[in-house]
Design a protein around this ligand. Sequence first.
Ligand code: COA
Length: 373
Amino acid sequence: MTKKLEGAGLRGQVAGETSLSTVGQIEGLAYRGHKIELLAEKSSFEEVAYLLIYDKLPNQQELSDYKELLKSHRDLPVALKEVLQKIPATAHPMDVMRTGTSMLGNLEPEGEFSNQLNSINRMIATMPSIVTYWYKYSHEGLDINLVNDEESMAGHFLHILHGKTPSDLHRKVMDVSLILYAEHEFNASTFTARVCASTMSDIHSCVVAAIGSLRGPLHGGANEKAMELIENWKSKDEAKSNVLEMLNKKEKIMGFGHAVYSIRDPRNAVIKEYAKQLSKLADDNTLYLVADEVEKVMADEKNMFANADFFHAPAYFYMGIPTKLFTPIFVMSRVSGWTAHCMEQRANNRIIRPSAEYTGVESSDWIDINDRP
Ligand code: COA
């Protein structure tokens, strides 16, 4: 049996430098020094993406130019649409995102690194288009129009998904969600992107690699898994007894715990408040009540707190978003953080190549192939 390595999972180890965000125990989360709570209240996703990518808050003109730029890049090349049309409805939307991004890299390769901003903004603009185009085509047989007058990415996504103008509250909640998910220091997918960038690879490869890391249920996939769990419970009592049963069996409750935060995840209070607001307007608020109960039980029994993913499940549900699209929304947002990290890595690069503690045998005898058992 292998012994548990001290610092396994690189926990607590500094693996590089960044000026993009701080993930702290007490001070919480800040993007380039701006607290997440304030960004969620006062800014928009586009403003945050600009802050991460251009390393400054945009003035009014810069912001409207940036929004216009993203808006003008939303439509997809025909060849990419044809690839998306061939992906079956049974595919996981994260696989669709991975393939869509990769195809975009084939059709519009980055080339010289001096083109990185063009490729980055194009990817940010097309992520909602890739997933919704495939979803509507494969699930509803629709070849949707990806161009509309929605100014924000949040509004654009909801509009093309539901085929109608979203309410102001839905636009705001989606925008806040994109802000909360945009950046998170050296999390698994960002670290993956940086490792890829450190080999001087192209920006599409970095994002494809990151999507693969984000897909897992221990990372971005947790919001979907949280939904699949809580939608089964029809009352607070049922939720409580099932959670207790799962904890007794040492099962994990998705959407709880964190590799860095040990007291609270500052993103949770923000999205929880919006999930509550949405539930009050819904015909049935059971899902929110169940989620609230699970949070209480986890605090009482395990002293564990909900992370950013948990209350995203009821929030997205009340906005009519299919569960399988939860993690792709994370991609739509985090692509801004990933690519900002890739630019930072490129600007001061050394290939990331750690060492391993060898646990194999000291030396092995060579046995000729004909003599092997
Ligand atoms: N539900 C129940 N118990 C949990 C738990 C959860 N969500 N998360 C961690 N634990 C328990 C583990 O079982 C382990 O218990 P043990 O010491 O008795 O074996 C202990 O807490 C430490 O967990 P571990 O998985 O080693 O912590 P980590 O720092 O390596 O992992 C996460 C952090 C986020 C991967 C982990 O908390 C998790 O899997 N959470 C659920 C998935 C999730 O929500 N991911 C999104 C993160 S933003």
